[in-house]
Write a protein that binds this ligand. Structure first.
Ligand SMILES: C[S@@+](CC[C@H](N)C(=O)[O-])C[C@H]1O[C@@H](n2cnc3c(N)ncnc32)[C@H](O)[C@@H]1O
Length: 440
């Protein structure tokens, strides 16, 4: 049987997600099980069977969820929305014993209250199940067994049954977070945009809790992102447990093969904070990753961790979310290896060592480090600050708009080619928004 699915993702990663779904279809499924369709802002449609839906959940690093399309119809009122939801055969998917949550999102909907629309969808599903089974499901907004999403446009209402459960960026390994951790699926999408492939050196000099590094190491070790978690579809009445066991055992075998063949992953991280590095180490352990060397280094003092050029990727502190550390405004000594040692790497000790220069000094020094020591590397930096290239005194080769939650960001690419690092004058701060291009 064939179904329609919609796979939401962080905005800006739709093409990367479509490419990833196409890889899953080509490498892990029989022909026709997953056929990627249209890319729309915020996600990708695909058509496929149950194995396709389950494989997308198990293997997509970029998806936020995988949603099964149940129905779509024009509407004008809450009553129309209720009627559409009331007609659906929800009982073929779940029973009144499962707990339920309903969410409604809308773009240009004529309805006055989305809260009321949400109640009407919930009532319709409960009324339907009571009619066919004599019982109503309980509502659980925190940890529901079943999630139904209604999406309202100016004209149409679409109902989806979520097949994922907890969002897919929750892989199960990241318990230790910093102040501004990157979502795992955004980090994975950025890695794909950088063109990084296993075997190429990868370095995150502001690694925080280690999200880029863990995602990359899992790719290198063929660890499927969903291998250690549960999914909502496992509770569905139509759950095909034999097909699921088959998909999981193929993923486990691929991981075991990759682990046996694993050499030096060439994935490296550093951060100025010893606390953050401890969190990253704990995360790597939970994610089944050894062999990711981490060092406590101020990013201005960074040096290439590998002899062959590779890719630097980072999301530096954003002004409003987390501050740059180790600054040096008033000519005071910034933390040295010794002061860091004396602070035992703990944040409190570190705070005592820090001064408060404007961030621009930090970024200028960071740009110098890239120019002087990373010849031949490509650097990708995610930031909400469009002036970053000016602050680094580097000219970007490409910039890609991306959203980190609600925060609009740019992924800047800098090609640090020998003798031709494209510098920009110190006063060329305002990066033009025209002609934004995607990395090739
Ligand atoms: C936005 S966070 C990075 C989050 C990370 N990508 C993650 O997913 O957890 C910025 C990181 O930069 C680090 N940092 C701040 N100043 C630094 C400096 N001068 N040198 C190196 N790291 C620094 C912070 O400790 C923090 O972990």
């Amino acid at each position: 049987m064939s179904f329609e699915f919609f796979v939401p993702c962080p905005r800006g990663l739709e093409a990367a997600l479509a490419a990833e779904l196409a890889d899953t279809a080509a490498n892990r499924l029989p022909p026709g099980a997953l056929q990627p369709g249209a890319e729309v802002p915020g996600g990708v449609h695909f058509r496929g069977n149950w194995a396709g839906g389950m494989a997308a959940n198990l293997h997509s690093r970029i998806a936020s969820r995988v949603m099964l399309k149940i129905a779509q119809r024009p509407y004008r009122s809450e009553q129309d929305v209720y009627a559409l939801a009331r007609e659906q055969r929800w009982e073929q998917w779940f029973s009144a014993n499962e707990t339920l949550r309903v969410d409604v999102t809308a773009i240009k909907s004529p309805l006055r209250s989305l809260e009321f629309a949400t109640l009407r969808v919930k009532d319709a599903i409960c009324d339907r199940l009571r009619e066919v089974s004599g019982a109503r499901p309980s509502i659980d907004t925190a940890l529901p067994d079943v999630r139904v999403f209604a999406f309202l446009t100016a004209t149409d209402c679409t109902l989806y049954l979520d097949t994922s459960g907890e969002p897919l960026f929750k892989r199960g390994w990241r318990l230790d977070k910093g102040a501004a951790p990157l979502r795992e699926n955004l980090a994975a999408g950025i890695l794909r945009l950088t063109g990084w492939t296993p075997g190429t050196p990868l370095y995150d000099p502001m690694c925080g809790s280690g999200t880029f590094l863990a995602e990359a190491a899992q790719v290198a070790l063929a660890i499927a992102p969903g291998i250690d978690r549960r999914f909502a579809f496992e509770k569905f009445r139509q759950f095909d447990s034999a097909a699921w066991r088959h998909l999981k055992s193929a993923a486990t075998a691929a991981r075991d093969d990759a682990r046996r063949a694993a050499r030096d992953l060439q994935i490296y991280g550093s951060d100025i904070s010893g606390d953050m590095l401890d969190k990253a180490r704990a995360n790597f352990q939970r994610a089944g990753l050894a062999n990711v060397p981490l060092k406590q280094v101020d990013a201005r003092d960074m040096a290439p961790p590998a002899a062959t050029p590779g890719i630097v990727v980072a999301n530096p502190p954003y002004g409003e979310r987390i501050e740059v550390r180790g600054r040096n405004a008033r000519g005071e000594a910034r933390p040295t290896a010794r002061s860091l040692r004396e602070s035992n790497g703990d944040d409190e000790g570190f705070r005592r060592a820090q001064t408060d220069a404007p961030d621009s000094e930090f970024f200028q020094a960071l740009g110098d480090a890239l120019k002087q020591r990373f010849t031949g590397w490509r650097a990708f930096i995610l930031t909400s600050d469009r002036k970053l290239p000016g602050q680094l005194r580097l000219r970007e080769s490409a910039k890609t708009p991306l959203y980190n939650g609600a925060l609009e960001c740019r992924l800047f690419r800098f090609d640090l080619i020998a003798g031709s690092v494209r510098q920009r004058p110190a006063n060329a701060d305002g990066a033009s928004e025209d002609g934004a291009q995607k990395p090739v």
